[in-house]
Design a protein around this ligand. Structure first.
Ligand code: ADP
Length: 372
């Protein structure tokens, strides 16, 4: 797996019972996955020699993040390496402009959007979609809300252009909540769809995921799953695809963005589904039959642990684990920094309010927000 972050760490965990040998390409031995994986190649995903050194002897190469240059992946493919998802599919998760153009071609509902040239063009776009505010996004390089601006006038519209990459303008969607539809597709074309989840974002960062999304009409859930399956098929995705969605006030489902790797909106599946997203991602890229994606319990709530005050987790573990033996704690071995995702907790059960309270309490405590 290219990248040594927490997604590689959790994929490694899923590789163990499959008996699949697992190697990561990491930038440093202190990265989340590099701390626990036995076979670590140190190097850069921007360096073809490093990528080749890493890929030598691998049956298949996959990713914990999407930022690997397309040309380098095409060079690996030309060497005969199986790259999954392929660079031709992956580009739709790397470049929001390419993604919007392709989704329009295949008839997937998206916010109105177009590439804009400069602040005056943003003002023209605002007029086309009924006025300010509009959302501006750098087409490449953004994550966790970095690279996204809500702009209320032409004078505010200059900042995104400073990065020197094309800028995408979108209508500001009046959404009631954010959903995610996660699917997994194998090279054989087998696909499975996870229950559609609600994802609660704070300042562009995922805070909490509820599986399944509460009070989501069956018809909308099926529509969201169909959208995700058709994107996976049309784009030739292999592995896990997360489709981030907006549910609008008037009952529409619009696609926000795509991730072609295990995704934060699927972490609940480690403890809450029969087959986790990580195991199914591995099964897919290895072209094995896929596992059952259904939930084990009526409700699963996953809450991210963001930053916090505890470089030493021992004391908070004593509290959290003693208070609630049903909480599953996943820490990533990352240095604690304010706002950074350093772990998550998961609780499953029959009563949503209770499950949610327990998961929130554990995450708040691990974060240091509460001390009792
Ligand atoms: P990133 O790639 O950084 O995750 P996203 O494209 O997912 O960025 O946008 C981050 C957040 O900004 C979204 O979760 C959503 O809350 C908000 N957002 C993005 N696009 C729109 C839009 N067109 N209308 C309203 N809100 C949006």
């Amino acid at each position: 797996m290219v990248g040594g972050g927490q997604l590689a760490r959790m994929t490694h965990q899923a590789a163990i019972p499959l008996g699949a040998r697992f190697r990561v390409l990491a930038a440093s031995p202190s990265e989340s996955a590099a701390q626990v994986v036995g076979d670590v190649v140190l190097g850069s995903e921007d360096d073809l020699a490093d990528l080749r050194r890493f890929a030598q002897g691998c049956d298949v190469v996959t990713f914990d993040h999407e930022q690997v240059p397309t040309a380098l992946l095409e060079a690996l493919e030309a060497d005969g390496v199986a790259v999954r998802p392929s660079p031709q599919a992956l580009v739709h998760a790397q470049d929001k402009g390419v993604m919007r153009a392709r989704l329009a071609e295949i008839g997937v509902p998206c916010p109105r959007n177009r590439i804009v040239a400069d602040p005056a063009d943003v003002a023209a776009f605002a007029a086309e979609v009924g006025g300010w505010p509009v959302v501006l996004k750098t087409t490449r390089g953004g994550y966790d809300g970095k690279g996204v601006w809500i702009v209320r006038g032409e004078q505010e519209a200059a900042v995104p252009f400073a990065a020197g990459v094309p800028v995408l303008a979108e209508e500001k969607v009046d959404f009631t909540r954010e959903l995610a539809a996660c699917v997994v597709r194998s090279p054989h074309g087998q696909a499975v769809a996870y229950p559609v989840v609600e994802s609660i974002q704070v300042d562009g960062v995922c805070r909490e995921v509820i599986a399944p999304a509460p009070n989501l009409a069956e018809e909308l859930a099926v529509r969201a799953q169909r959208i995700a399956l058709s994107i996976a098929g049309e784009l030739g995705v292999t592995g896990h695809l997360a489709v981030e969605l907006f549910e609008t006030v008037d009952g529409r489902i619009l696609v926000n963005e795509l991730a072609m790797r295990p995704h934060n909106s699927g972490h609940w599946s480690i403890d809450g589904a029969i087959t986790s997203q990580f195991e199914n991602h591995l099964r897919a890229v290895l072209d094995l039959p896929l596992g059952d994606p259904r939930a084990r319990a009526p409700w699963t709530v996953m809450v991210n642990v963001l930053g916090g005050d505890y470089p030493d987790m021992y004391r908070p573990y004593l509290h959290v684990m003693a208070r609630d033996p049903g909480v599953k704690v996943h820490m990533y071995g990352k240095d604690v920094k304010p706002g950074r995702k350093v772990g998550h907790v998961t609780v499953c059960g029959d009563d949503l309010d209770e499950v949610r309270e327990r998961a929130r309490h554990a995450a708040d405590y691990l974060r240091g927000d509460i001390t009792e």
